[in-house]
Write a protein of this length. Structure first.
Length: 331
């Protein structure tokens, strides 16, 4: 096919590339499109003649980016991307982001209308899936979440006010790295230059978000990925209620008895007689959660010892007495 006959398709592919990343060099675009740098320059001028705001960037290599403008380019998705967007929209009702349930279903309906016929059954099936709502999860503001996501993407320093666990508020100015959602709760992982360390912030406790228009260079991240770092941080943290149990069972058996992650750690150990055992450390802000996991371990039927802070020990003892009394009355 000649370059002239392929022009419409090439322009659409060029638009798709410009949408997928903040900035491209001319050489990268030429390699992706299989054309020369000169052809890329001509195609960019063609897009500009159609009022699409493609701007040039300065520097040794030079490059291009798609800026804000009055004309909205067509959103170009491949098959996998289209289904991924449908999955995200269908799950928005369970995302913990306020005001997204109706708008996500409306957007899903529009997406289905414009998709190729081969993809419509897949997207329709995703839209028909039922979502189980998790109760008790604080909602976050969609607009604020979008600003934080943009700052992560653009490596832009962001300022905000943050309310800690105790309710005290502080002003922060951080280098945002990644947004992570775990069990429906949103977290911002960022480097805090004032504290010279990485920090985790619950997004529902963030307010007065203000991008600074100052950019930063990416730092080496201290873990394989953001989710692993977050889970490891939670496991190592100490909260108001803490208990340590030595259980006469292998660590794998105890870990497999619970669904998902526990609020703490499970480490292999050796029992007093040399048998395989494990040490379970639990730490939570919510007393009910601590008692839930202690009771779950007790229900495994293995021998165990328990050490806890006075407050946590009192809670566990009180629940145990109530359960014993209820069981006695039921006989």
């Amino acid at each position: 096919m000649s370059a002239r006959k392929d022009l419409p398709g090439r322009l659409l592919r060029l638009l798709s590339l410009l949408q997928s990343r903040r900035e491209w060099s001319g050489r990268e675009l030429a390699e992706r499109l299989g054309v020369t740098d000169r052809t890329v320059r001509r195609d960019v001028e063609r897009l500009r003649s159609l009022d699409y705001p493609v701007t040039g960037t300065t520097g040794l290599a030079g490059g291009y980016r798609l800026a804000a403008g009055k004309n909205v380019p067509p959103l170009l998705l491949d098959d996998d991307e289209a289904v991924a967007v449908a999955v995200g929209l269908a799950g928005a009702a369970n995302s913990g982001v306020s005001g997204l349930q109706d708008s996500s279903m409306s957007a899903l309906a529009k997406l289905e209308q414009v998709l190729p016929a081969r993809l419509r059954p897949s997207v329709a099936a995703v839209g028909a899936a039922e979502v189980v709502t998790r109760y008790g999860i604080p909602e976050v503001d969609a607009a604020g979440l979008a600003v934080l996501a943009a700052c992560c993407r653009d490596r832009e320093i962001v300022a905000f006010s943050y309310s800690g666990r105790g309710g005290a508020s502080s002003d922060r100015r951080v280098e945002p790295h990644r947004l992570v959602t775990i069990h429906g709760q949103w977290y911002l992982l960022a480097y805090d230059p004032d504290r010279a360390d990485w920090r985790t912030f619950r997004v529902d406790r963030i307010s007065r978000i203000a991008p600074t228009r100052h950019h930063f260079s990416a730092r080496e991240f201290p873990a394989a990925d953001a989710a692993s770092y977050l889970l490891e941080s939670f496991a190592a943290a100490s909260y108001r209620h803490t208990a340590v149990l030595r259980v006469q069972l292998p660590a794998e058996v105890v870990r497999d008895s619970f669904f998902g992650t526990i609020p703490g750690t499970i480490e292999p150990a050796t029992g007093s007689g040399g048998e395989v055992a494990c040490v379970v450390r639990l730490s939570t802000e919510a007393p009910a959660l601590l008692i839930q996991y202690v009771a779950g371990i007790a229900a495994l039927g293995a021998e165990y010892t328990l050490e806890a802070s006075p407050e946590a020990a009192g809670l566990i003892r009180g629940v145990g007495l109530n359960l014993a009394r209820a069981a006695s009355d039921a006989e």
